[in-house]
Write a protein that binds this ligand. Structure first.
Ligand code: NAI
Ligand code: MG
Length: 491
């Protein structure tokens, strides 16, 4: 893991910011310990960047945008750089997967899956940027009107800790394909793969100053980045309150934003569904990444005649789930940090105290290190749809299941939270599939399946409190650019 962009010191590996293609410490010299959630031990450190570091990085990105060549390069050439980056991610896949798992506590196979998705993002955007074009518009006699898609300029990417490498890739892939330059602020709990990917971007031929990384706390580096007057567009994935703070900061400069703010996504199971096919997918949709997934299917709504069967099937599976260290590759790993573990444990305790029925609990592997941030999975049954545990995002391995009476009731309950990110609909009735998919307020709806984790090609984003703007697929290329209209008067 030792690279020219880090040094080994007594506390482990000292990772660096990457500004203008060069490794850089925070100007203050302050550092943040990097812990492995599986045992709670420090194994590295990252710079605790502040306002002055952010200012430097943004000015570099601004200059790179203004001077070129990146912003003026033919789209196909930018695409080739991204394709090479995808190949480098593949080449370094084992290292990146291991680093991601160690930094976040996610099971080894999830780290590998994240590498595969990351490769796909850079591959997809490597091929997509030169397929985006404007229009010619029928206008008045004597005029020709056309549109161009132009980059915003400097894009600030504020990245969360749950899928850092993947979320970076969906931001960087789309932003870079359109000719923007980047300043990325990864989460203080999971910055390491972002630093490595930015180094690989240099190796792939993306010029110095185009892809900058500054690590640090949200309240310092993140807040300064969102408010910087030379930032032209901000994209964020994370919690709704932080999203509000970032939008307020960006509003001072009237800048555009993309906000992906999580969910409380329903899975609607009708009595005619293939229940055996649904059960393992319902479990995986909440257990993947320990439930720390924006698109986690955290509410299962079941038509009353099959409620008992589904509740029992989920309970049987939940009772067998085991959390443990990332390298043991069990059903789930540790949660990201002590604060998140305490938050999840607190929400579980409050629900129990409020009398919500516990149908089943998983366990923590007996040999899991005591210092790790483990939370056993919990399945709550017959939950009041308005209960806190059924309304608020837990971001942990906690599932609520409750019955509904008919299609109208299912839609009302599915839409009965502040969120609207993803939904699942399970039924064999084709007409009902279409009706329900259209009436559910969610940015993605899966029918007889659930798979927002992959699907690089599929536009993704929320309604309501889940945010606005769309990432992934071609749609992201529109968010990461602006339309310019040009009108020629030629008489
Ligand atoms: P957060 O939303 O505060 O952190 C995400 C990112 O925002 C990090 O990079 C952080 O440094 C940055 N940030 C924090 N405050 C900022 C500010 N004032 N200005 C600019 N950037 C700032 O999330 P946190 O506190 O780590 O987790 C709390 C809850 O957020 C979780 O329990 C979960 O419910 C939700 N969450 C949702 C995610 C999603 O994928 N939708 C991802 C991470 C957290
Ligand atoms: Mg970490």
């Amino acid at each position: 893991m030792g690279t020219p962009h880090s040094r080994t010191v007594a506390e482990g590996i000292a990772f660096m910011n990457l500004i203008d293609g060069q490794p850089a410490d925070a100007l203050s010299g302050e550092r943040i310990d990097v812990l492995c959630p599986s045992d709670g031990k420090v194994f590295a450190s990252i710079p605790a960047s502040g306002t002055a570091d952010v200012d430097r990085a943004v000015k570099v990105a601004h200059k790179a945008f203004e001077d070129g060549p990146w912003s003026r390069m033919p789209a196909v050439e930018r695409g080739r750089c991204l394709t090479r980056l995808s190949q480098l991610v593949e080449k370094h896949g084992d290292e990146l997967a291991a680093l991601e798992s160690r930094d976040t506590g996610k099971p080894a196979r999830q780290g590998k899956a994240d590498v595969t998705a990351t490769m796909r993002y850079y591959e997809f955007y490597g091929g997509a940027g030169d397929k985006i074009h404007g229009d010619t518009i029928p206008f008045l006699d004597g005029y020709t009107a056309l549109t161009l898609r132009e980059p915003h300029g400097v894009v600030a990417g504020i990245i969360p800790w749950n899928y850092p490498m993947q979320i970076l890739a969906r931001v960087a892939g789309a932003a870079l394909a359109m000719g923007n330059t980047l300043v990325v602020k990864p989460a203080e709990d999971a910055s390491l793969t972002t630093i490595r990917i930015a180094q690989l971007a240099l190796e792939a031929g993306i010029p110095s100053g185009v892809f900058n990384v500054i690590t640090g706390y949200g309240r310092d580096a993140g807040a300064a980045l969102s408010a910087h007057p030379l930032v032209d567009y901000v994209t964020f994935t994370g919690s709704p309150p932080t999203g509000t703070a970032i939008q307020q900061a960006a509003a001072v400069n009237n800048r555009g934003v993309t906000m992906e703010l999580g969910g409380k996504s329903p899975q609607i199971v009708f009595a005619d569904a293939d229940l055996d096919a649904a059960l393992p997918i319902l479990v995986n949709a909440i257990i993947q990444n320990g439930g720390q997934t924006c698109s986690a299917g955290s509410r299962v709504l079941v038509e009353r005649p099959v409620y008992k069967r589904i509740a029992e099937g989920l309970a049987e599976r939940f009772s067998k789930l085991v959390a443990g260290p990332h390298d043991a590759d069990l059903d789930l790993g540790a949660l990201i940090n002590a604060r998140q573990r305490d938050r999840v444990a607190g929400m579980v305790a409050a629900a129990r105290e409020a009398g919500v029925q516990v149908l089943a609990e998983g366990s923590i592997a007996p040999d899991a290190p005591a210092g790790g941030f483990y939370q056993a999975p919990v399945l709550f049954g017959s939950v009041d749809p308005l209960a806190t545990i059924a309304q608020e995002e837990v971001f942990g391995p906690v599932l609520t299941v409750f019955p509904f009476d008919d299609e109208a009731d299912a839609i009302r309950l599915a839409n009965g939270t502040d969120f609207g990110l993803v939904a699942g609909v399970w039924t064999k009735d084709g007409a009902r599939q279409h009706r329900v998919a259209k009436k559910v307020r969610a940015g993605q709806v899966f029918v007889n399946g659930y798979g927002a984790g992959g699907g690089i090609e599929l536009p993704f984003g929320g309604f309501k409190k889940s945010g606005h703007g769309r990432e992934k697929g071609f749609e992201a290329l529109y968010d990461m650019s602006a339309t310019k209209t040009i009108v020629f008067n030629h008489g």
